[in-house]
Ligand binder design. Structure first.
Ligand code: FES
Ligand code: FES
Length: 160
């Protein structure tokens, strides 16, 4: 039976009337028309649907709305804007680290979660944190370069 679930979405109050078992990815894309998080595997195994929940990267395709009341959800749309991109978005653009655009939202979210927890990650730590995110185009080195560049800029004071 649908019920009202209130949470924070990209820094603003949000509320939806859905079953507690409704999946966050379906609500984001279907009800709220936020298309940044992608449907890839639908089984929590590819990272394309990643969003931040209370600062941690989670698979929106495997997260039930009933677990989100009162929590903070941030999608790639909430990371930055075209005028004021998040340092990760700016670095990915600068280093041309994104190729397909399909996996990219999830990778940016995974990287954002990593930098919140570890502002100065080693290359191995970046690789480990993003290991979950599947990318078929072999752009992994540039992705890691971009994450390291963004981390350096955030440590130097860039707002994130
Ligand atoms: S679509 Fe959610 S992890 Fe693949
Ligand atoms: S950049 Fe998306 S699959 Fe490689």
């Amino acid at each position: 039976m649908p019920k009202t679930i209130a949470f924070q979405l990209n820094g603003r109050p949000a509320s939806v009337e859905v079953d507690a078992t409704a999946l966050l990815l379906d609500v984001l894309r279907g009800d709220l028309r936020l298309m940044g998080a992608r449907f890839g595997c639908g089984a929590g195994q590819c990272g394309a649907c990643a969003v931040l929940v209370d600062g941690a990267s989670v698979a929106a395709c495997a997260t039930e709305m009933g677990n989100l009341a009162g929590k903070s959800v941030v999608t790639v749309e909430g990371l930055g804007t075209p005028d004021e991109p998040h340092p990760l978005q700016a670095a990915f653009l600068e280093l041309q680290a994104g190729q397909c655009g399909y996996c990219l939202s999830g990778i940016l979210i995974g990287a954002a979660a990593l930098l919140r927890a570890n502002p100065d990650p080693s290359r191995a730590e970046i690789a480990k944190a993003l290991d979950w995110h599947l990318c078929r185009c072999g752009v992994h080195n540039r992705v890691m370069d971009a994450v390291a560049l963004a981390a350096k800029r955030i440590r130097a004071g860039a707002p994130a």
